[in-house]
Design a protein around this ligand. Structure first.
Ligand SMILES: Cc1cc2nc3c(=O)[nH]c(=O)nc-3n(C[C@H](O)[C@H](O)[C@H](O)COP(=O)(O)O)c2cc1C
Length: 192
């Protein structure tokens, strides 16, 4: 069982990192975290080279993401909420998912198949955002680009008063999510 977690927080030991740690503790198999703030991945330039040719014009490491994603039975997007949405850093990185959309629907490359997997979301918010749904809607859109079927989320929504690592309710939500996903991953075949 292989889980790929895309982390959109710049804080190495911040709230999102605490949720990820708790999540990985509960989930069997290998969890790998891709911290987009530590990557050199530039945002998509919409140069459209990929509309007619294989490979991205920006050779900056994003090409390593696709084989990892193909292996993953579970994809997790984890992020702080900034202005009601996933962090700009995550969204900037995610513009590069356009390569998948173009390969599948414009270039129709039969060799660029991502397969299917489960998807989940972890969110940390400082208290200003009461409703995570706008951020979740964006995350679900990104998941679809990755061949991931959204299967749930967990959140720490009051980190201004209670850091995620001390938020027992949020951490138990993370554990419940991990348990549910582990059961599904065991019962169903992912990636497919
Ligand atoms: C630029 C910026 C925008 C933010 N916008 C929101 C927001 O809209 N709603 C909210 O509840 N918290 C907001 N926050 C607070 C973060 O979501 C919160 O501190 C979170 O726990 C940080 O997670 P991290 O430690 O994983 O980076 C914002 C923080 C920053 C830096």
């Amino acid at each position: 069982m292989y889980t790929l977690i895309v982390n959109g927080s710049p804080r190495k030991n911040g709230d999102t990192a605490a949720l990820i740690r708790a999540f990985c503790r509960e989930l069997p198999g290998k969890c790998e975290v891709l911290s987009v703030c530590e990557e050199k991945t530039a945002p998509c330039l919409d140069c459209r080279r990929c509309h007619t040719r294989r490979g991205c014009a920006l050779c900056d490491g994003m090409e390593d993401f696709w084989p990892k994603l193909r292996q993953a039975g579970l994809l997790v997007f984890a992020s702080p909420i900034y202005y009601g949405q996933p962090s700009g850093q995550l969204l900037s990185w995610a513009t590069r998912l356009q390569y998948a959309f173009v390969s599948e629907t414009i270039r129709r490359d039969p060799d660029f198949s991502l397969g299917r997997r489960l998807g989940a979301v972890l969110l940390a918010a400082g208290g200003g955002t009461k409703d995570p749904e706008p951020a979740l809607r964006t995350m679900r859109m990104l998941m679809r680009e990755c061949g991931a079927e959204y299967a749930g989320f967990a959140a720490a929504m009051q980190t201004d008063r209670l850091p995620a690592r001390e938020d027992a309710e949020a951490l138990s939500g993370v554990s419940r999510l991990a348990e549910t996903l582990a059961a599904r991953l065991e019962a169903e075949q992912f990636p497919r």
